[in-house]
Design a protein around this ligand. Structure first.
Ligand code: DGT
Ligand code: MG
Ligand code: MG
Ligand code: MG
Ligand code: MG
Length: 269
């Protein structure tokens, strides 16, 4: 239908290209996972299989959406960062968001079938995710973005760990546990866990306390400019073969982490 009289409708598409030379972050978040986690009986406050399912889904995004060089996940959310100079989909926000969120969802459902063989998904209650795209203009704001998400993980996890310990081990009703925690600071929660239940919060699993960071072991999968078929095949093979490391380090304080990540990004961009 090229050049048909109908073609003018294309002009109605808006130009939603994200700014050049900014770090594009796409964050996906589970829709209604409060209900979803109840429906499928997630362990409280952290279900190891459910978190691993998120990690698998994120790995699927890294492998299938080019130019994602770093990802961070906690709870029902995952953030993906693209190379500063990515030209994927001409940086169009709607294409980037919809590709990331559908790739994530497809991989989540596939990983679910592997990780929860005895807890199959109900066709009337399937996992879905929303997504948003945000641009960060420099390294400092990108670091602060990740620090924000990791601080969120820490605050929620300390609260939830204390809350569910009070309910499960302390026999408090959810209402009484909530009341007991009103106005408490981090130190108070650590103290309740330690004094009343002998739990040292520092010894809780790193993934629960800090979330998960995904990074290419070696970022040798740069997408070539105007690739020949041979270059494209080589590129695809290197992405298929590259290892993705999963870390649970402190991205707020760890300067070395950022030095390493950005050194990789520099060579790739
Ligand atoms: P939304 O995002 O506005 O559609 O609503 P929700 O319900 O997804 O709320 P959100 O994203 O703020 O909070 C995530 C919910 O998922 C929260 O209720 C806790 C739940 N969740 C996430 N991971 C786990 C887990 O490992 N175990 C349990 N029991 N719940 C989890
Ligand atoms: Mg939300
Ligand atoms: Mg959610
Ligand atoms: Mg969430
Ligand atoms: Mg098409």
């Amino acid at each position: 239908m090229a050049n048909s009289k109908f073609e003018y409708v294309k002009l109605y598409e808006s130009d939603d290209r994200l700014l050049p030379r900014t770090y594009i972050v796409i964050r996906v978040d589970g829709r209604g996972f409060h209900q979803f986690s109840k429906k499928y009986d997630f362990e409280k406050p952290n279900d190891l299989n459910a978190l691993n399912c998120m990690n698998k889904a994120a790995e699927g995004v890294m492998r299938n959406v080019q130019d994602v060089f770093l990802a961070y996940g906690q709870s029902d959310e995952y953030s993906f960062v693209f190379l500063k100079d990515t030209n994927l989909f001409e940086r169009r926000a709607s294409k980037l968001m919809s590709t990331v969120v559908s790739t994530f969802t497809a991989n989540y459902i596939y990983a679910w079938s592997q990780l929860f063989p005895n807890n199959p998904l109900d066709g009337n209650f399937l996992p879905t995710f929303d997504s948003r795209a945000v641009m960060y203009p420099d390294v400092q704001s990108l670091k602060d973005y990740f620090s924000w998400r990791q601080a969120d993980c820490h605050i929620n996890n300390l609260y939830n760990t204390t809350f569910w310990t009070l309910v499960q081990k302390g026999q408090l009703t959810p209402h009484d546990a909530q009341t007991k925690l009103i106005g408490t600071l981090s130190a108070d929660k650590n103290e309740i866990l330690f004094t009343d239940f002998g739990i040292n919060y520092n010894n809780e699993p790193e993934m629960f306390k800090k979330g998960s960071i995904l990074r290419w072991e070696k970022l040798d999968h740069k997408y070539p400019k105007n690739p020949t078929k041979r270059q494209l095949d080589k590129y695809r093979k290197s992405v298929r073969d590259a290892k993705i490391n999963i870390l649970h380090c402190d991205i707020i304080k760890d300067e070395q982490f950022w030095n390493d990540v950005l050194a990789e990004e520099d060579t790739a961009a």
